[in-house]
Structures are given as C-alpha cells and as structure tokens.
Design a protein around this ligand. Structure first.
Ligand SMILES: NC(=O)C1=CN([C@@H]2O[C@H](COP(=O)(O)OP(=O)(O)OC[C@H]3O[C@@H](n4cnc5c(N)ncnc54)[C@H](OP(=O)(O)O)[C@@H]3O)[C@@H](O)[C@H]2O)C=CC1
Ligand SMILES: O=C1O[C@H](COP(=O)(O)O)[C@@H](O)[C@H](O)[C@H]1O
Length: 501
C-alpha cells in the first residue's frame, strides 16, 4: 500500500519451501520483485522442508515453477543466475526444535556477512495443523530484541471456525505482537481490489451516491470454472463458505462498504473494515434457510470436457455434504447501508471464471420520457471486475441516434489492459510479499477482522452441518449454480448478474 522503496536487508524463511504454494506463487512473485528492483539490496531466501534437495537441485526446481507460472520467465539474460544466488534450501523437520538451530545459525551467518541485523520473515506455507507448533518453536528462538524486525506470515485457512481462529490468534498473540503477524488473504493483494479504495476515496464523484439513498443492492460474484483440482484433503473439510466467503468475499465486501479512512495507516484502514463486519447482521439459525443457499456439482460437461461429480472426485466421500457453491444475502445495519442487501455467491465448475462486484442503483425519481422508452430502460450499474477481466464499468442510459427518443443502456469503461498494457499488473503475492518486507500490514487481516468474519458465518456453518443436504448434487457443471440461489434473489425482485465476456 505504501509507495514502495527498497526494503531493508531481509531474510525470508519459507516453511513449505518444497511445497506447491512456493513453487507456483511465492518464488515467481519474489523473482518478479527482483526483476523490478524491489528486492532489498541485501536479501536471502531459505526454503525449508523435509524433502531432500541440495541448493543446486532446489534452485532448478524453483526455476521450473517460474518457467510455468511466473508472469515473466527466465529470459536467459543472467537475471535468474543473480537471483538464484540468494536462494538456499534448509532441510529440516519443523517438528524438531533442535533443528531450528539451522535457522539461528543462518541468521548469524547473514548478519556477519552483511554487517547489519536484517528483517527476519517466517512465511508459513504449510498445512494449518503445523502452524501452532512452528509458531511456538519460532517464538522460543528469541531471534531479535527489536521485535518488529521479526515477522510471521500465516497462509489461509486461518482457523476452521471461530473457536479455532480465536485459539490460533491467542497463541500467536502470546508469541508475537500483532504488528509482527501478517495473515494473508491474497485477494487483498490484487490490483483491482486495491483499486476499490482509489475509486472510492480518491474521487469526489462516487461518494455522494455510494449509500442507501441511491444504491438498490450490491452483488459480489466469485465464480470458477475449475473443480476440486486434487484438493480433496483440504476442501472436504472446508467447502465454499469457508474457502471463499469467510475470507476473500467478506474482505472485498468490506472494501465496498467501509467508511472513508482518515489515512492509509494500516490500523486506520483495518478499523474501518472491521466496523463493516461488526455492523453486519448475524443470522439466527432460523434465518439461515431464507438467506443462504448451498450447492454441490454433479457430473457433466464443462468447456467441452467431461467432468465427474464432486462425490466421484478422488478423496471425496460418497455421501459428501461439502458444498462447492454458496450464496448468501447479507445485511449491514448502519446508516449507509440500511435496507441494501449484499448478495454474494461463489462456486466451482460454474459457467465462467469471474470475480466481480456490481452496485445496482435505484431508478431516477421521475421518468419523464415517453412510456415506450421505458421498455429498453435498465437500472444504472457500477461494476468492478476483479479477475480475470480487470475493468470498471458504469452503465447508464443514452439516447439511441434517430428521430425517436429511444433509450438504450450503454457502458463507460476503464479497462486496465487498455490503459496500462497487459504486463502492468504485479501478481497479488508480489504486492503482499513486498508489503511484508516493508512492514506494511494494511492489506493483511488483523486478528479481530478474522474473528468477526468467522462469527458472521458460524450460524450458517452450524445450520448446514446439522442438516444433511437432501438434494446434493444440485447443479450441473457449466451452469450458474443451484436453482435455489436464483429463487433466493428472485424473492427480492432481483436476478443474479452474469456478465458476458
Ligand atoms: N497451493 C496453493 O495454491 C495455495 C496454498 N495455500 C495454503 O498454503 C499452505 C501450503 O499449501 P501447499 O503448498 O499447497 O501444500 P503442500 O502440501 O504442497 O506443501 C506442504 C509443505 O509443508 C512442508 N512440510 C510438511 N510437514 C513438514 C515438516 N514436518 N517439516 C518441514 N516441512 C514440512 C512440506 O515439505 P516436505 O514434504 O518437504 O517436508 C511442503 O513443503 C496451506 O495452508 C494451503 O492452504 C493457500 C492458497 C493457495
Ligand atoms: O483461496 C482460494 O482462491 C482460489 C481462487 O483465487 P483466484 O485468485 O483464482 O480468484 C480458489 O480457487 C481456491 O479454492 C481458494 O482456496
């Protein structure tokens, strides 16, 4: 979030250095930061895992990931060779406290080499059950007297429910100060998500209409065409509500609904966001049915490919009740948003990969045009497309050329690619890793935010867990989800907005 300069000397220890997240996302992000001259002048990256690698093999493994997943590949111009000299592999079992001497030794070695004490960043890209034990062992190292130079980054999922998130926060709070803890939500690192703040708070144009007086309702969609993708072990215990709504969607909703921050200080922005979560109306268990819909995909076809139903996927229980789709109608009980429903939905194997937010406006107070022109009239909309399309569009009425007063909805569009070219945007993990090195936590979730989000969805989770879904599977691949979700929004006289490409 800050205007970036090069961070101070830093060592990044990546627990899970041999894992998938590091291979596909973290290493490519660090490499791109290096190419863009954002890495500190003095830096070291140490991947940690039990798998066997020497430094050379490990670097070759990461280069393979970069060649497949980085937005910029190794272009044989010597950059990779320079970057890879900063990369080391530490083979160790994170369950073994004695092995952590490898970390302290490495820090001492770098201190001696660089003649200064670096920031020490621990990135926990490991399964959530390992996090408490690693955090405890790191806490016991007492690595630096100035606490703020040690930082710990925690990947999602942060807890499985309110209680486990609370317990994890309590544990981390005993070992580190809140300023040292960076809870990742990669959506917050997306350019288009950060741009919501610019749109709202750097322009005078939108704020006067950004409220219940002008906005009829808000929709947030995060639809995916992919299915389970071999992630049964994680997803069977998670489901769409935990995987996408509790974190990404609620964080995006907060950015749409928050009050203007006084500054972009990390705590000021996060205070304003948590105010939204605290103002959101919790459901009683009796209200869940009216306000939340779950779904699970059947077998079928998507984009010309035959796919199994969720219950037939590898590692999934035959009678699995895990939802691969969730839609919820939220209410925010404050002056700005009273009476404005926020409809959110997400799902796997849906018709389109699209994450977007639409604010639909109320009609103009008086319609003075000939009655025939009402037929083509459509409500104003402001749509922010986050991924894969990256644009902001405003739909308004225009007069179609001709002698008759015929109204027609047209779009005014700001498209990131057209404006900046298509290699403009850093990946979310680039932004977030740079922020961690700089010590800027604005785009990370604070303890109270995470718990407020869990608190909100707990009644839905508990209701669903106690009631077996009788109608699963209830939507076909390549569709827009279960009919019940259409019925939920239709009861309010609305329909889901499916943007066409
Ligand atoms: N992959 C992704 O795209 C995303 C992942 N995440 C989150 O990131 C985390 C990691 O996911 P992912 O990379 O996919 O998982 P993987 O299973 O691919 O990697 C797990 C890593 O943990 C290491 N590990 C496990 N046990 C130990 C141990 N006792 N000591 C040392 N290292 C150990 C493994 O190393 P080794 O086997 O060598 O010991 C491996 O490097 C999860 O919390 C996941 O939810 C979040 C968003 C996206
Ligand atoms: O965190 C997650 O996000 C991805 C979707 O992310 P996106 O950046 O591609 O929109 C989702 O597929 C995954 O299930 C979830 O864990």
């Amino acid at each position: 979030m800050s205007n970036h300069k090069r961070p101070a000397a830093s060592i990044l220890f990546i627990f899970g250095g041999s894992g998938d997240l590091n291979y596909r996302k973290l290493s490519p992000a660090l490499y791109n930061l290096f190419l863009d001259d954002y890495m500190p002048e003095k830096f070291a990256i140490a991947g940690i895992g039990r798998s066997q690698y020497n430094n050379e093999d490990y670097r070759a493994h990461l280069l393979d990931g970069i060649s497949k997943f980085s937005r910029r590949k190794d272009e044989q111009n010597g950059h990779w060779d320079q970057f890879s000299q900063h990369v080391t592999y530490l083979q160790m079992d994170a369950d073994n406290q004695a092995a952590y001497s490898k970390i302290t030794d490495y820090v001492k070695e770098k201190e001696a080499e660089w003649g200064e004490h670096p920031n020490v960043i621990f990135y926990l890209a490991v399964a959530p059950q390992l996090v408490p034990s690693i955090a405890q062992k790191l806490g016991a190292l007492n690595l630096c007297t100035d606490k703020n130079c040690t930082r710990i980054v925690i990947e999602k999922p942060f807890g499985h429910d309110l209680q486990s998130a609370h317990d994890l926060n309590a544990l981390l709070g005993r070992l580190f100060s809140e300023e040292q803890i960076y809870r990742i939500d990669h959506y917050l690192g997306k350019e288009t998500v950060q741009n919501i703040l610019a749109l709202r708070f750097a322009n005078a144009l939108f704020e006067p209409v950004w409220n219940r007086n002008y906005i009829d309702h808000v929709q947030i969609t995060a639809s995916e065409t992919v299915g389970l993708e071999d992630r049964a072990q994680y997803y069977e215990k998670s489901g769409a509500l935990r995987d996408m709504v509790q974190n990404h969607i609620l964080q995006v909703l907060c950015m749409v609904a928050m009050e203007a921050p006084v500054s972009f200080d990390a705590n000021e922005v996060r205070n304003k966001k948590v105010d939204v979560l605290n103002a959101m109306r919790p459901f009683t268990k009796g209200e869940v049915h009216e306000n939340a819909v779950r779904g699970q995909y059947s077998s079928g076809w998507i984009k010309g490919k035959e796919v199994p139903g969720y219950r037939e996927e590898k590692g999934v229980a035959k009678e699995s009740a895990t939802e691969t789709y969730a839609a919820v109608k939220f209410h925010i009980d404050n002056w700005r948003w009273q009476g404005v429903p926020f409809y959110v939905r997400t799902g796997k194997h849906l018709h389109q990969k699209a994450t977007n937010i639409t604010l639909q406006f109320r009609p103009a107070p008086h319609f003075a045009f000939p009655s025939e022109s009402a037929e083509t009239w459509r409500p104003n909309r402001l749509t922010i497309s986050i991924t894969p399309e990256m644009d902001i569009r405003i739909r308004f009425q225009a007069k179609r050329p001709g002698q008759a007063m015929t109204l027609e909805p047209v779009d005014m569009v700001f498209n990131f690619d057209h404006q900046y070219g298509d290699d403009h945007a850093p990946e979310a993990y680039e932004t977030l890793l740079l922020d961690v090195m700089e010590g800027d936590a604005t785009l990370f979730m604070r303890a109270d935010q995470v718990e407020a989000a869990w608190k909100l969805i707990m009644p839905i989770l508990e209701t669903w867990e106690n009631r077996t879904p009788v109608d699963f599977p209830n939507y076909a691949p390549d569709s827009w989800g279960p009919e019940d979700a259409d019925a939920m929004i239709a009861r309010d006289g609305h329909a889901w907005i499916n943007l066409s490409k």
